[in-house]
Design a protein around this ligand. Structure first.
Ligand code: HEM
Length: 526
């Protein structure tokens, strides 16, 4: 389909060039003048550009791989022209440090893409908002009221329940001895954890909110993820919006309306519940309750509904898919490498034993499992790029001119496979992350060396990293402790495929199927 888009695009460009009489001459003059102007300005190196579309046609179906190969060819910092947009890309730790730390003030903004405008309340959220007082206020609400250590601790019991539901679900399915669709069980685990914390309800399992509501919720969140991950040509070629041949903007507006209706219902339910209960006990408040209890701007009694909706949506989008995708990749790599599974289980048996379930308190002591998660992030970061950053003013990197409003694609997939910093890049080898000094805890987010960057750094770094790490470690620890794992009958471990699909997150192309065999006492699964 992308090929078709591109073919149409090329034909359209030719058409525009040939059919319009005046613009052709104007464009030639413009290009000449801009070349003259740019003679003094040294942009970073990069591939040659086509008229109008620039380098857009070169991105292909797996842009992270294409952009990494451009870094191999042109150097650690590459300039691209994407339609009317200046862009740079890098997979190099030193350049990334320069962008995210040394020049954080310049690069911590976000582009106003059409998806962000339609699907994130006019960029009024945290993740897609440009740098400014609104983003600062929304981010502060996240950090001070929602994602504090105390608040996260208060949800520990819910997380333990969901971990038990996960194990119980897999145990029930394992009785049939068929292969289990791991995407489904891991997706339900992440979604239930997030919606319990955010909205106070489960969407899957025994106490779920109801099939109809769960299906609707899943459907709109999938559509939302898909649209947010799309490279929409209208963001780069303004004329594309006149045609919008695939109806993307129409789809965005439809999803915007459905998501908004869904959020309005959630707020209404919470307000009604609050009215019935009077003052709520702190310990039983979910995120929506907390947001409803906060004062608004300029002396207003409450936050605007729109701010609450934008925050809730951000949390759902940022927390669910990222942890589910990471868990599925980790499971795939571990089942593909039985020697790694054996080492994980030896560690679990020694730290936890086989007479009880893993608890969150154990996670800090599972150093080998922590290396497995780091290695998973190296090879399969949740998203192929960080969320695009944008420069707020012109600046220089390594002596090269970077114009204002340059879009920045930090290639985390390319960073983990950069041969200048990693050996045997295609080998899944958790041991490479073991610290030189035994007894030191393995850190899962980036280190000072910027060799992996699962949660980014600087002003825009992920505020949910501690929760994300817990969700990932907990699911994996429970699943590897409670079950032995193998590929479906007739498939050898090394045949498990690791093909990926591009999007805002980067899941395995095909869902992982695996066979589970219980390995601890039966009563522990109940
Ligand atoms: C394994 C799980 C997770 C991974 C790998 C992950 C990774 C990331 C990454 C790479 C970014 C982009 C940073 C940048 O553009 O520089 C990000 C942003 C963000 N994440 Fe996470 N995340 C995870 C879980 C969570 C959770 C659980 C939450 C909240 C409940 C969350 C909330 C956010 C928010 C609000 C942003 C936007 C920050 C901003 O733009 O200021 N994330 N995350």
């Amino acid at each position: 389909m992308i090929d078709l888009i591109f073919l149409t695009l090329v034909l359209l460009c030719v058409y525009l060039y040939v059919c319009s009489k005046v613009p052709l001459a104007t464009r030639v003059i413009e290009r000449f003048l801009s070349a003259e102007l740019r003679r003094d300005i040294k942009l970073p190196p990069g591939p040659a550009q086509w008229p109008i579309v620039g380098n857009l046609l070169q991105l292909g179906q797996l842009p992270h791989r294409v952009l990494a190969s451009l870094c191999d060819k042109y150097g650690p910092l590459v300039y691209l022209r994407l339609g009317s947009v200046d862009a740079i890309t890098t997979n190099d730790p030193d350049i990334i440090r320069e962008i995210l730390l040394q020049q954080d003030d310049v690069f911590a903004s976000r582009p106003r893409t059409l998806a962000a405008v339609h699907l994130a309340y006019g960029c009024g959220d945290v993740a897609l908002a440009p740098l400014g007082p609104k983003w600062k206020r929304m981010r502060r609400i996240c950090m001070e009221h929602l994602l504090t250590t105390k608040r996260l601790e208060s949800f520990m019991k819910h997380r333990a329940d969901e971990a038990q539901n996960l194990v119980h679900d897999v145990w029930c399915q394992s009785q049939k001895e068929d292969a289990i669709n791991m995407r489904e069980v891991l997706g339900a685990f992440s979604m239930n954890n997030v919606t319990r914390m955010l909205l106070g309800k489960q969407y899957f399992g025994a106490e779920s909110a109801g099939k109809q509501e769960a299906m609707e919720f899943m459907h709109i969140t999938h559509q939302l993820f898909w649209l947010l991950g799309l490279i929409y040509l209208g963001d780069y070629l303004p004329f594309w919006r006149w045609f919008d041949p695939y109806g993307c903007e129409k789809k965005m507006r439809e999803v915007e309306k459905r998501v908004d209706d869904f959020h309005s219902r959630i707020i209404e339910e919470h307000q009604k519940r609050k009215g019935n209960k009077g003052q709520q006990y702190e310990g039983e408040m979910d995120f929506v309750d907390i947001l409803l209890s906060l004062p608004g701007e300029d002396g207003k009694e409450h936050l605007d509904d729109q701010d609450i909706k934008a925050l809730v949506q951000d949390m759902i989008a940022a927390a669910t898919d990222t942890s589910a995708v990471t868990n599925e990749w980790a499971m795939a790599e571990v089942i593909k490498h039985p020697n790694v599974l054996k080492k994980i289980q030896e560690e679990l048996d020694s730290v936890v034993g086989r007479d009880r379930m893993v608890s969150e308190h154990d996670l800090a002591h599972l150093n080998y499992l922590r290396c497995v998660v780091r290695e998973t992030f190296r090879m399969h970061p949740a998203g192929p790029f960080l969320i695009p950053h944008e420069s707020i003013r012109a600046t220089k990197i390594n002596g090269y001119h970077i114009p204002a409003k340059t879009r920045v694609f930090i290639n985390t997939h390319g960073l983990g496979r950069n041969t200048k910093i990693w050996d045997n890049i295609d080998e899944f080898k958790p041991e490479r992350h073991l610290p030189a000094k035994t007894g030191t805890r393995v850190e899962i987010s980036h280190g000072a060396d910027f060799k992996i960057l699962p949660f980014s750094a600087g002003k825009r770094k992920c505020p949910g990293a501690p929760l994300g790490v817990t969700l990932v470690l907990m699911a994996l620890a429970r699943l590897f402790h409670s079950f032995d794992w193998s590929p479906p009958d007739g498939m050898r471990p090394e045949e498990i495929d690791t093909e990926e699909v591009y999007g805002m997150t980067m899941p395995k192309a095909k869902p992982l199927l695996a066979v589970a065999r219980p390995r601890i006492a039966t009563h522990l699964y109940q």
